[in-house]
Design a protein around this ligand. Structure first.
Ligand code: AMP
Ligand code: ZN
Length: 137
């Protein structure tokens, strides 16, 4: 629990939320300012700032839960698609610095824009990047 972290308080129930699911590790809530109808957040009860802090065991449980929630959302909301999104760092759009996973139901014509402009790449650069990342794994 981190002092002054809104998601620590929501996850532990000291601030009320529209909870769709809760177990000993996670709370799943409806986003208060949803991108679309039914936008959910999966919040671990333990505080992690971001993906770099998250341990593998929690990450595994979280993604397993995400599959369950996504299926329930598809059935309940009759959405046409669903994006899984997770922001790390201000530049990436993170505004709450307690790790959380967005499940964003998508509807035809919803005007949500999560796309980017694809860039050209060159083989040499890809090879350098591949090696650099691989080294750290
Ligand atoms: P991010 O920008 O990835 O950090 O996402 C933070 C999300 O938390 C945003 O989509 C907010 O709308 C949502 N949010 C912030 N405060 C609350 C709250 N009290 N209850 C539910 N959702 C919240
Ligand atoms: Zn927290």
């Amino acid at each position: 629990m981190k002092e002054d972290c809104i998601f620590c308080k929501i996850a532990r129930g000291s601030i009320p939320s529209a909870t769709v699911y809760e177990d000993s590790h996670f709370r799943v809530i409806l986003d208060i300012n949803p991108a679309t109808k039914g936008h959910c957040l999966i919040i671990p009860k333990e505080h992690f700032d971001n993906i770099y802090d998250l341990d593998g065991e929690t990450a595994g449980k979280l993604f397993s839960l995400a599959t369950c929630i996504a299926r329930a959302m598809k059935d309940a909301l009759k959405c046409d698609g669903l994006n899984v999104l997770q922001n790390n760092g201000q530049i990436a759009g993170q505004t709450v610095f307690h790790f959380h996973l967005h499940l964003i139901p998508r509807y035809e014509g919803d005007e949500v824009n999560l796309t980017w402009t694809p860039h050209e790449s060159d083989a040499e650069e890809l090879e350098e990047l591949r090696k650099a990342i691989r080294k750290g794994i």
